[in-house]
Design a protein around this ligand. Structure first.
Ligand code: NAD
Ligand code: MG
Length: 298
C-alpha cells in the first residue's frame, strides 16, 4: 500500500483489484455498509496547500467521489460545504470529521437536489456559512439500471434528469453571482457519456447532457474569469453501484473490463478535481478530464 498519492506505483496494483460480493441497498445507500468499503483516501491523500483559503461546495460530498474530493480539498487548505440526502447523515459525519481533522471548516447541508428551492438555499447557506464561494463541484447523481425502455418509468426518467442535470443548472445558476474571477466550477460527467451500457439509458443521457452543459457554460463564463470543466469517471467502486446502479449479480466483475483490469477507487478521482479547482489549471477550460482506467474517449 502506498503511503500517499505521490508514491511511485504500478497502477494495476496501486489499488486492490476487488471482486465485490453480490449485495444490495436501497437508494442512496450507505457507503459504510458496503463490502468492501470504498477507499476515499482517508489514509493516503496528502495535501500541499494547492487550495489554501478557498471555499468549496460539493454536492454528494458524503460518500464516494464527492467524499474523496471533500477530504482532498480540506487537506489542500479549503473550507468545504457538503450536500447529501438526510438518510446519509452517518456517511456525511465521517467526511465532516475528516474535514475538521484537516483543520478546516466543514458545513453539512442535507436536502434533496431534485428541489430547486433546496438547491438555491444550499448555495445561500454555503455563502453564509463559509463567508463566500470559490469552487462549485456538482457531483450528486442517480444511477438505476433498467434493461428495457418499456420498463423505464416516466418517474425514474424525470428523477434521473432532475438529480443529474436540473440540479447542476439550479446550483450553478445560483452560485455564479457569488463567484469572483478565479473561481472554478466542476461537474461530474461519466464514461457513460461516450460509451453507454444499454441498461443505463436515462443515466447515460444525463451524463452526455452534463458534459455538453459544461462545454457551453465554459465558453459563456471564461470571459468573466470563471473556469468550467468536467471530470468523467469510469467504473469507480461507490454506493451508486450497490443501489441498483449496476446489476447486483454482475458486481463481482465490476470494472474488470477496463484496460487496467480493475475498478477505480474514489481516492483516485480526487486529484483530478484538485487540479481543475486549483489556479494551476488556469488555461484549462471546457475540458473533460477522463479518469477511467484507460477506456479511449473522443
Ligand atoms: P455515491 O453514491 O457515493 O454519491 C452520489 C451522491 O449523490 C450520494 O451520496 C447522494 O448524497 C447524492 N444524491 C443522490 N441523489 C440525491 C438527491 N436527490 N438529492 C441530494 N443528493 C443526492 O456515488 P458516486 O459514484 O461517488 O457518485 C458521484 C458522481 O459520480 C455521480 O454524479 C455519478 O453519476 C458520478 N459517476 C460515478 C461513477 C462510478 O462508477 N461510481 C462513474 C461515472 C460517474
Ligand atoms: Mg452517499
Amino acid at each position: 500500500m502506498a503511503t500517499d498519492q505521490y508514491d511511485f506505483a504500478d497502477p494495476r496494483t496501486r489499488y486492490r483489484s476487488i471482486s465485490p460480493p453480490v449485495q444490495h441497498q436501497t437508494e442512496p445507500g450507505l457507503q459504510s455498509e458496503m463490502t468492501p468499503v470504498p477507499d476515499l483516501g482517508e489514509d493516503t491523500y496528502r495535501g500541499s496547500g494547492r487550495l489554501q483559503g478557498r471555499r468549496a461546495l460539493i454536492t454528494g460530498g458524503d460518500s464516494g467521489i464527492g467524499g474523496a474530493v471533500a477530504i482532498a480539498y480540506a487537506r489542500e487548505g479549503a473550507d468545504v460545504a457538503i450536500s447529501y440526502l438526510p438518510s446519509e447523515e452517518s456517511d456525511a459525519k465521517h467526511i465532516v470529521d475528516l474535514i475538521e481533522a484537516a483543520g478546516r471548516t466543514a458545513l453539512a447541508v442535507p436536502g434533496d437536489v431534485r428541489d430547486s428551492v433546496y438547491c438555491r438555499s444550499l448555495v445561500a447557506a454555503t455563502v453564509e456559512g463559509l463567508g463566500g464561494l470559490d469552487i462549485v463541484v456538482s457531483n450528486a447523481g442517480k444511477q438505476v439500471f433498467v434493461e428495457r425502455i418499456e420498463d423505464l418509468s416516466d418517474e425514474q426518467f424525470a428523477d434521473t434528469m432532475h438529480t443529474n442535470v436540473f440540479a447542476a443548472f439550479w446550483i450553478v445558476k445560483a452560485a455564479v453571482p457569488h463567484l469572483a474571477p478565479g473561481s472554478t466550477i466542476i461537474v461530474t460527467a461519466s464514461l457513460e457519456a461516450y460509451k453507454q451500457l444499454p441498461f443505463l439509458l436515462d443515466y447515460a443521457t444525463t451524463k452526455g447532457a452534463i458534459n455538453t452543459f459544461s462545454k457551453a457554460l465554459a465558453q459563456q463564463l471564461a470571459p468573466r474569469g470563471i473556469r468550467v470543466n468536467a471530470v468523467a469517471p469510469g467504473p469507480t467502486w461507490t454506493a451508486l453501484q450497490v443501489t441498483d446502479g449496476f446489476p447486483p449479480d454482475m458486481l463481482p466483475e465490476y470494472g474488470k473490463d477496463s484496460p487496467l483490469g480493475r475498478s477505480g477507487q474514489p481516492a483516485e478521482l480526487a486529484p483530478a478535481y484538485v487540479f481543475l479547482a486549483s489556479a494551476e489549471s488556469s488555461y484549462v477550460i471546457g475540458e473533460t478530464l477522463n479518469v477511467n482506467g484507460g477506456s479511449p474517449t473522443p
